[in-house]
Structures are given as structure tokens and as C-alpha cells.
Design a binder for this molecule. Structure first.
Ligand code: ADP
Ligand code: MG
Length: 250
């Protein structure tokens, strides 16, 4: 479904991604782990073209993301093509980014009505279903500020799901939460994985990566250092850098 080949990116002289190869198959859950500054967030942003990349290819559903070929040269794709890709990619950030002046359900129906052109009835009906799914049925008409961090993050997940994405990208979705609220968000993500959602999850939650991911990718210095099934990466990593990182976080 998603394939990255040799993706590189620099900010000025600083190379942040140095030739990343990564593929995600339908229904696969891939966890990306690695030290701060290793390029994990930048990688996710390149996938939905919130950040341009300098070299390499990102192919989503058979189409090149962000660029087009014109007379043998790579040019930026038309905005409509970029929007078309983004529409199928759900993104959940560390900070929940809900609209503060809207209620929870208004946050969820905004995209489906404004972007997908759904009728209010259709959008609200599906939003109610999603609220049940993320266990927020009773917070339908609440404002984000009155919710706990865990509830806000679950609302943000419902909002992303309302666009019926084909893949969900998570960037450290529990890092901003008080410890006692982490579990409820991970549980929602676990259920999503069990339903077969394709997921790419940057996380510090090694327990989640071990139990839920089909594959764990360890990044360091803008590269994929090692990747494999969780039981292998966590018990028997082949690379020294992976071992050192795991020794620090486990
Ligand atoms: P991670 O998510 O793994 O912590 P990031 O992708 O956020 O890593 O950042 C990788 C590197 O790129 C860091 O050194 C960071 O300082 C740098 N970086 C990220 N965003 C920008 C930016 N907009 N401008 C300049 N440097 C950036
Ligand atoms: Mg990050």
C-alpha cells in the first residue's frame, strides 16, 4: 500500500533523512522506534507531503506522492493531486489539534462535510458510530478543553477515522499524556489494529510495539538501521545501535 524508496531530506546542510526504504502492506501495523532527532516525525510528514522530500520516491496506492514527472524532470504535483493523497491518509499527532471552539462531534464531522461533501445526516450518523468506537459517546457535545488528554486524543483519532482513511499515521500519540491516560489511547489503537486498519505508528511505547506491531523499524540518524518482527528486534537485535537504544528505553 505504501512504499518508500531511498527517501532523503535535508534542512539546509543538515540531512534528516538519508535514504529511507520502507514498505507497509495492507492491514499491517508497523511501529517506528528510535531516538529523538532520528527523523521519525519528518518521515511521517513526507508521507502525506506536509514536508517535501529531496530525493527518492514515496508511492501510495500506486501513485507517486507529491511529485510528478515532466519531461524527465521531477516537479511538484498539482495541489489537487496532493490533496487526493492526503484524503486517504489519516494523521494523529502528539498534540491533539482539535478545533477548540467546536464540540467533539462538530470536530469529527467537519472534514467529511467540508472536504468530502457528505450530507450532514451521513456525517453525523458516522460520527456517532465513531464516538461509540472510541468510547466517547457521552462527550458528543463537550468542548475539547473540558476533556482529559486521553479523551481529546481519542476524539482526534475519531476525527481522522471519519475521513475513512486507508492508512493511519500516528506520531507519538501518547507522549503528551499523563501516564494514567496512556492506556486508554493505546487500547483504542489496539482495537483499530485488530479491525485490520493499516497503521504506521511512531511510538515510545515499547509494550505496544511488541504486542501490536507486525513489524518494528528502528531508525537512527535518518536511516532505517534495522527492521523485523517485534520478537526479533526486542530479543535479538543484530545492530549495536538498536541494542544500545533498547538498553536505554526498556
Ligand atoms: P524525531 O521525530 O525522530 O525526533 P524529527 O523528524 O522531528 O525527529 O527531526 C529530525 C531532525 O530534523 C532534528 O535534528 C530536528 O532538529 C530537525 N528538524 C525537524 N524539523 C525541522 C525544521 N522544520 N527545520 C529545521 N530542522 C528541522
Ligand atoms: Mg518526532
Amino acid at each position: 500500500m505504501l512504499e518508500l524508496r531511498g527517501v532523503s531530506k535535508s534542512y539546509g546542510p543538515h540531512q534528516v533523512l538519508a535514504g529511507v526504504d520502507l514498505a507497509v502492506a495492507p492491514h499491517e501495523v508497523v511501529a517506528i522506534i528510535g531516538p529523538s532527532g532520528s527523523g521519525k516525525s519528518t518521515l511521517l510528514k513526507c508521507i502525506n507531503f506536509l514536508e517535501p522530500y529531496d530525493a527518492g520516491e514515496i508511492v501510495f496506492d500506486g501513485a507517486l506522492v507529491g511529485y510528478a514527472e515532466r519531461r524527465g524532470r521531477r516537479v511538484r504535483a498539482p495541489d489537487a493531486a496532493i490533496r487526493a493523497v492526503r484524503r486517504h491518509i489519516g494523521m494523529v499527532f502528539q498534540s491533539f489539534n482539535l478545533f477548540p471552539h467546536k464540540t467533539v462531534i462538530e470536530n469529527i464531522v467537519e472534514g467529511p462535510i467540508q472536504v468530502l461533501g457528505q450530507s450532514r445526516d451521513t456525517a453525523y450518523a458516522y460520527a456517532e458510530t465513531l464516538l461509540g468506537k472510541v468510547n466517547l459517546g457521552d462527550k458528543r457535545d463537550a468542548r475539547p478543553a473540558s476533556l482529559s488528554g486521553g479523551q481529546q486524543q481519542r476524539a482526534a483519532i475519531a476525527r481522522a477515522l471519519a475521513m475513512r482513511p486507508r492508512i493511519m499515521l500516528f506520531d507519538e500519540p501518547t507522549s503528551a499524556l499523563d501516564p494514567e491516560l496512556v492506556g486508554e489511547v493505546l487500547e483504542t489503537m489496539r482495537e483499530l489494529a485488530a479491525e485490520g486498519m493499516t497503521m504506521l505508528v511512531v511510538t515510545h511505547e515499547m509494550g505496544f510495539a511488541r504486542e501490536v506491531a507486525n513489524r518494528v523499524v528502528f531508525m537512527d540518524g535518518g536511516r532505517v538501521v534495522e527492521s523485523g518482527p517485534p520478537e526479533l528486534i526486542f530479543s535479538n537485535p543484530t545492530q549495536t545501535r538498536t541494542r544500545d537504544f533498547l538498553a536505554r528505553v526498556l
